[in-house]
Design a protein around this ligand. Structure first.
Ligand SMILES: Cc1cc2nc3c(=O)[nH]c(=O)nc-3n(C[C@H](O)[C@H](O)[C@H](O)COP(=O)(O)O)c2cc1C
Length: 355
């Protein structure tokens, strides 16, 4: 009998079936070898981790402009859909499933990281005062162009197309990235969003893009296949919101009726906000908790009915068989932080599984 009966029990989140509640958290690894296109290394990396309840992919850009980091994959072309199909098929062959994280970086990024013609767009022309990793080291970011109101429908459509592409590529669902300083979070936050139109200013206006995007994606692929990732108070990538608790209370109030598959909440103790309590207060659907959990705490939290599932990031980098290891009480491999974003298989597909 497992010591983790709740954590290892199956679960259904909307229309997404999880073989257990040990979710692999989305993690950018900058390992793509051909521009924007997943390849054999991604097939192997995700295949190795197929025993996760469900794997949430690394952030995937819905257009060339949406890319911010180097060697990251896209999901806007037929070639990318075909390449992702190889990845999801390898995972499915081992009984696993995947969710595609749609990540538009907005003002975060560097021209060296993007395909030619990719732009920097944001709610307002306010530079992200931080540096970003590029092939030649850390570099400052450029001032973005403020999106015109008339461009918002095509921005939303780009997300809808990416979601349709994800389903065509064999993903069980999509997760909209709503934190860590990327485009959706830039719109939510008062520091980066100083627009005068219906997408900026009041809290009702700042949450509008996220609500409209989720509504459009759900309308296209079904709300039971759509999740949202949030982390109120997260300051990453120079993100600042004057009243994050108020912003997220309004956002959750508005998305509650949509019937999303799940809400994915990073608790991030350093924000000083109890993000899980905030989410529970304003969202009645299933919540996946994240950040610095170990198996014992995840088991206890799920057993107490506080979370539907828990996602694990760093443990899955170092342990392709993380689920089997926690199930049997085996020791965990240690993560090498030097190879998080380096090219090649080292630190990516060469962490050993138990025999
Ligand atoms: C190498 C690395 C890359 C990450 N990339 C993403 C990403 O693309 N999208 C995202 O939402 N979070 C990303 N994160 C955050 C993780 O999903 C997770 O929230 C974080 O690692 C905390 O969970 P943990 O304590 O289980 O590792 C990344 C984290 C790491 C370590």
């Amino acid at each position: 009998m497992s010591q983790l009966p709740h954590l290892l029990a199956p679960l259904q989140l909307g229309d997404i079936v999880l073989r257990n509640r040990v979710v692999m958290a989305p993690m950018t690894r900058s390992r793509v070898e051909q521009r924007d296109l997943p390849g054999a290394m991604q097939v192997e990396y995700y295949r190795q981790r197929a025993s996760a309840g469900v794997i949430i992919s690394e952030g995937v850009h819905p257009s060339p402009t949406a890319q911010g980091y180097c060697r990251t994959p896209g999901i806007y072309s037929d070639a990318q859909v075909a390449a992702w199909r190889q990845v999801t098929a390898a995972v499915a062959e081992r009984g696993g499933s995947m969710i595609c994280q749609i990540m538009h970086c907005g003002r975060v990024g560097h021209a060296d990281n993007k395909a030619a013609g990719g732009e920097f767009v944001a709610p307002s022309a306010i530079r992200c005062n931080a540096e970003i990793f590029t092939e030649t080291g850390m570099q400052a970011m450029a001032t973005p162009r403020a999106l015109a109101t008339e461009e918002i429908p095509s921005l939303i459509e780009e997300h809808v197309q990416a979601a349709k592409n994800a389903i065509a590529a064999g993903f069980a669902g999509v997760e909209l990235h709503g934190t860590s300083g990327y485009l959706m979070a830039q719109f939510l936050s008062s520091g980066s969003n100083q627009r005068q139109d219906q997408y900026g200013g009041s809290v009702e206006n700042r949450v509008r893009l996220v609500v409209e995007t989720l509504t459009a994606i759900g309308g296209a692929i079904g709300f039971g296949r759509v999740g949202l990732r949030i982390c109120p108070g997260n300051p990453f990538n120079d993100l600042y919101d004057e009243y994050p608790e108020q912003t997220f209370a309004e956002l959750l109030k508005q998305i509650e009726p949509l019937g999303l598959a799940y809400l994915h909440v990073i608790r991030m103790a350093s924000t000083g906000i109890d993000n899980l309590a905030l989410a529970r207060a304003h969202f009645n659907g299933a919540i996946i908790g994240n950040d610095s959990y170990d198996a014992a705490e995840a088991e206890q939290t799920i057993a107490a009915g506080e979370l539907a599932a828990v996602s694990f990031g760093r443990p899955f980098i170092a342990n392709p068989d993380f689920v089997e290891r926690i199930g049997s009480g085996a020791a965990l491999n240690k993560i090498n932080f030097k190879t998080l974003y380096t090219p090649g298989a080292a630190g990516y597909t060469d962490y050993p599984a138990l025999a």
